[in-house]
Design a protein around this ligand. Sequence first.
Ligand code: ADP
Ligand code: ASP
Ligand code: MG
Length: 442
Amino acid sequence: MNVLKFGGTSVGSVVNMNHVKEIISDGDRKIVVLSAMSGTTNALIDISETLKTGRTSDAVHHIKTLRNTYVERVNDLLRDEHLRAEVVDYVQNVFNGLVEHIRQPYSQQTHNNIVACGELLSTYMFSRFLQQEGINAELLPALEFMRIDVTKEPDNFYIKQNLESLINTLPEADIYITQGFICLDSIGNITNLQRGGSDYTATIIGAAIEAEEVQIWTDIDGFHNNDPRFVNETTALSYLSYDEAAELAYFGAKILHPQTVMPVRQLDIPLRLNNTMQPDAHGTLITNQIHGDGIKAIAAKDGITAIKIKSVRMLLAHGFLKKVFEVFERYETPIDMITTSEIAVSLTIDDTTNLEAITNELWQFATVEIDNDMSIICLVGNQIMHHQDTPQLFQVLKDVNVRMIAYGGSNNNISLLVNTSDKLDSLQKLQHYVFEGEVEFV
Ligand code: ADP
Ligand code: ASP
Ligand code: MG
């Protein structure tokens, strides 16, 4: 069985839902993972924020506006009167539930419950749409099998067991529809896999059922060699290895949630990226095969904080690095990049929740400097250390203030830390040099 995930744009209009219907109606049995319709999760987050800040009448207004959009969409999507009435009823219930939150004290749980509604709505609408079209589909409620553990990792054993037994208890179907993104936490409360998490849902399910393939259907023709939101003339890559894709996703390529690759890499399940609007385009196939040498793609991750930690002694004393890392470990804060000199270590983090506590501890044995609003630019490819393009990269970026460089950590990655204000310029310059052969060294 294959797992096919469709993102927000793919389920964001009646026209696109029809595309999805065509793609999934090939007669093969499959699990289909859906995101919320595009814009919905952002709208729900706004509603949650409005409630959090006590702006009740604004919250009611936002809820009503979103509800009206949904009722209109249901009317456009469903001709069948019974199904339409049933889905409108469902939509009203979901939005009444949102209004109920106004009367309750606000908490993180309120937020999690609110943002879960997008996927509940899209899957319910789409499953009834398939029913109208005479397609044999069943809804698989994600909250009955998708769970994360105390460390926020997927609880794979629980997921596999519950998913299998759910499928066995439902009537036999060609297509099982489930919600991406949402899940339960270790004590059974609703939570989620973070923004863009439907991709991760798809590969977690793919691993649980040992799928032949996991397909991520989105609004672009595959993984591009640079970020198409910021750079002109990017092109789709036909092949990537798991390691390359994982690295790019981790360092900001929005097309994949950062954790997506891990579950399929472990079981060697091919991961394919396709365009819902151009289903015949090749897309990108991600496997353990490595194709070609040199820089294959570039990604950038914003919201990075750089921390320079200088030993109070002149030389890096024995045990200094250990002490530094222990502080970050205590606060469960992952480090992305690291470079050292004789007297200092520079590193980057993107989770600043505990930054104040971390710096307070570091100050006990070192001096600390902090730079915010930084971006990591990550260049990925096979054997890039030895490739002819690599030595010239610093020439290409000679006018950019490169704050840190990680080179040599692996054979397939070079990371550069720049001010976020220099990111666009850097990405475009690298694009010209690496992929378009335009070199202007003066
Ligand atoms: P979905 O809603 O289908 O999950 P996303 O918006 O999450 O879609 O991801 C697809 C978008 O990711 C593309 O439209 C594109 O703007 C953006 N993107 C960023 N980096 C890349 C990249 N390297 N290749 C392709 N798309 C990228
Ligand atoms: N709807 C969620 C989001 O917007 C999850 C996803 O689209 O993958 O982040
Ligand atoms: Mg996405």
